[in-house]
Design a protein around this ligand. Structure first.
Ligand code: HEC
Ligand code: HEC
Length: 299
């Protein structure tokens, strides 16, 4: 999974998202906001774990898996599940075995910028080692949340329900919703099901990582009314004190100066994505989730 992340192709996002050089010159704030969004959307930034000098556990530190379990429950279980089997974040069973302890320690300390995986500045290197030690005690062959559906049928449902008009998988599809190329490596099955049933609820809070460090709710919808009464509704992709950038239902970006707006309101719970609660049966929903869980990025 880590390897696939490193291999991910960079794209020339400026053109892909239709933001011309003139726009960048005329609206530097918007350009910055968009750049932050590109970083956040994780489009062109390969991540390399373990490259920087990392605070290492004290030499001779005896890994305490029980302590690691306690720390995991307090810091990680709300996203990765109480037994590390996945939720808003992926199943972590077997991850230290496949990525190596040092890489996993690096991910825990730095987070994965642009995703919901936060870094931790409070856990010590020894505590991080304890958490990884705990993860190593878990049986990788058991515990991952079961995927019950049929992925082949799920793929057909994906194609026949218009998902690709809004979502991109491996370069194919629209860009109104988030890219799904690696969604099976990012979330667990029941979390995905909730997102299909109830779009707009529990939107992911992503971390910028690095120097920005900010955390913000991705895909949150806003309704802006300009002074002339013109309404722009869209998902926030960037914001600073004076400017907000919204992406509308057609995927177009609107850079708005806040002092020029009559009103600007958040629309929590709202999403451009329709709920599939009434269109798909429970079995079809499981099939669709089974298909989404196969999407783990380039191998
Ligand atoms: C706010 C939710 C959240 C919290 C809290 C959280 N994670 Fe994550 N984590 C995620 C998400 C989402 C991903 C997937 C990111 C991606 O690849 O897009 C992830 C990815 C990871 C990965 C990489 C898995 C892989 O196969 O590449 C590891 C390791 C990890 N988390 C460990 C932890 C540990 C240990 C903690 C507690 C110290 C923790 N996480 C806390 C959401 C969270
Ligand atoms: C009209 C556009 C649209 C259509 C059609 C659509 N989606 Fe979405 N989807 C979105 C938007 C916007 C979001 C982000 C906001 C949210 O989660 O509600 C989203 C979010 C998601 C997520 C959560 C992504 C994450 O990072 O957690 C998944 C999974 C998903 N969609 C799958 C699907 C599937 C499968 C279909 C077809 C059955 C579909 N979508 C149809 C627009 C769409």
């Amino acid at each position: 999974m880590l390897a696939s992340r490193l291999q991910r192709k960079a794209c020339n996002c400026k053109f892909e998202y239709g933001v011309g050089v003139n726009t960048i010159k005329r609206f530097p704030l918007i350009a910055i906001a968009l750049m932050m969004w590109f970083v956040a959307a994780n489009v062109a930034v390969p991540r390399a774990a373990g490259q920087e000098q990392e605070a290492a556990p004290t030499p001779g530190h005896a890994v305490d898996a029980d302590q690691g379990k306690t720390l995991f429950q307090a810091n990680c279980s709300n996203c990765h599940g109480v037994d590390a089997s996945g939720g808003e974040g992926p199943n972590l069973r077997g991850v230290p075995q496949s990525l190596g302890d040092t890489a996993v320690q690096g991910i825990i300390r730095r987070g994965l910028p642009g995703t919901a995986m936060p870094g931790s500045s409070t856990l010590s290197a020894n505590q991080v080692a304890d958490i990884v030690g705990y993860l190593r005690t878990l049986d990788a062959s058991k515990g991952a949340e079961a995927v019950t559906g049929d992925a082949t049928k799920g793929k057909a449902l994906y194609d026949s329900n218009g998902c690709s008009t809004c979502h991109m998988i491996a370069g194919q599809g629209g860009s109104i919703g988030p890219e799904l190329t690696r969604i099976g490596a990012e979330r667990g099955p029941s979390d995905l099901k909730e997102r299909l049933l109830d779009p707009g609820a529990n939107l992911p809070i992503v971390s910028e990582g690095g120097a920005f460090g900010a955390r913000w709710t991705r895909d949150l919808m806003y309704r802006a009314v300009e002074k002339d009464g013109h309404v722009v509704e869209g998902m926030r992709v960037g914001e600073d004190s004076f400017t907000i950038v919204l992406k509308d239902a057609g995927g177009h970006f609107h850079g708005l100066r806040k002092p020029d707006l009559r009103s600007l309101e958040k629309e929590p719970g709202k999403s451009f994505m329709p709920s599939f609660k009434d269109t798909l049966s429970a079995g079809q929903m499981d099939d669709l989730v089974a298909y989404l869980m196969t999407l783990k990025g380039a191998q």
